[in-house]
Design a protein. Structure first.
Length: 321
């Protein structure tokens, strides 16, 4: 399955359809008549034992859901804009075609999948400014304009997530940002900020940013700065982001629904919203030759580690992802 629009047309730019067909793969292209999920389902019904997906996180998660549900292996070819999942699998983002080598001699590995309601996510589900930007008309064509349209309400403290979240430090009412990831992000080293050094911990990562009493002039810059200062939990006065790991996280409230961004796709979810994780639910085939993820950086001297620790699961038959 390939999404020709992902990454500004990377599929055509790198000749991925032709390269896949030369390796014996049958290629289906998403269209208005057939999205990635339905194409993956059709492929399984026609006897496909391995599913391949060319696109970004949103396209990948749709095909990954079918692969996990039917016990098929998945080959991921990074052709989106960000490719967070492919990056954390260790794939080469500079040459997406190298991932196609997994069709010939791929190495199997088991990784976790996040789930929110009936939806699967390979990267994250977000509530707040990013989810609202996704709903702006023309988001795909002009992302900076979409963010500029929704940012003022958050910057002024007039807009928030209309829900409450239970955290290890108590319930947070109407947070400003909620980000829940499939396995925790690394947040202490600027160079590796936002990377996942493992996709097999069996834990969700959670980041909740409370509404500040006085809104900072630049919300996104403020959030990045706060994340670099706090590895786990709030500051001494209860300020800063709340960061923890858990196998399940729930958002509740009196509203009928919440707008969310699931792997970059806008979705409306009924409350309560329950997020969970499916340990080892997805079998991926990885090319032998790939850059790999960097080793976990050492924790800086004096770094705080309060709060719950992530539970790590081991699978001796699979390499660490």
């Amino acid at each position: 399955m390939t999404n020709p629009h992902s990454g500004g047309g990377k599929t055509a730019r790198y000749g991925l359809v032709q390269r896949a067909e030369e390796m014996g793969a049958q290629v289906w292209t998403t269209s208005a008549e057939g999205d990635a999920a339905s194409l993956a389902k059709n492929a399984v019904e026609q006897g496909a034992q391995v599913l391949g997906v060319v696109g970004g996180d949103g396209t990948v998660s749709a095909v990954a859901a079918e692969a996990a549900d039917t016990g098929r292996s998945l080959v991921v070819v990074p052709a989106g804009t960000r490719n967070h999942f492919a990056r954390d699998l260790g794939l080469d983002l500079s040459d997406p075609g190298r991932a196609l080598n997994a069709l010939v001699d791929g190495e199997p590995a088991r990784v976790d999948l996040g789930v929110v309601g009936p939806h699967v996510f390979v990267n994250n589900v977000s509530f707040g400014i990013y989810a609202d930007a996704l709903l702006e008309p023309g988001y795909r064509q002009d992302k900076p304009r979409a963010f500029a349209a929704v940012a003022p309400g958050y910057v002024k403290g007039e807009q928030w997530v209309r829900a409450r979240v239970d955290t290890p430090w108590g319930t947070v009412e109407f947070p400003q940002v909620v980000l829940i990831s499939n396995n925790p992000y690394h947040l202490t080293t600027p160079r590796w900020l936002g990377r996942r050094f493992s996709l097999t911990t069996g834990q969700l990562g959670a980041i909740v940013l409370k509404r500040p009493a006085h809104a900072p002039p630049d919300l996104l810059r403020h959030l990045r700065g706060e994340l670099r200062q706090h590895e786990h939990g709030p500051g001494a006065a209860g300020e800063g982001p709340l960061i923890w790991s858990a196998p399940g996280i729930t958002l509740s409230g009196d509203a009928h629904h919440l707008d969310a961004g699931i792997d970059g796709e806008a979705v409306r979810l009924p409350l309560p919203v329950r997020c969970g994780i499916l340990p080892g639910a997805l079998r991926v085939l990885l090319p032998k030759d790939r850059p790999g993820i960097p080793p976990v950086p050492a924790v800086r001297p004096g770094a705080r580690r309060p709060g719950p620790k992530a539970r790590r699961t081991k699978n001796p038959s699979s390499e660490r992802i």
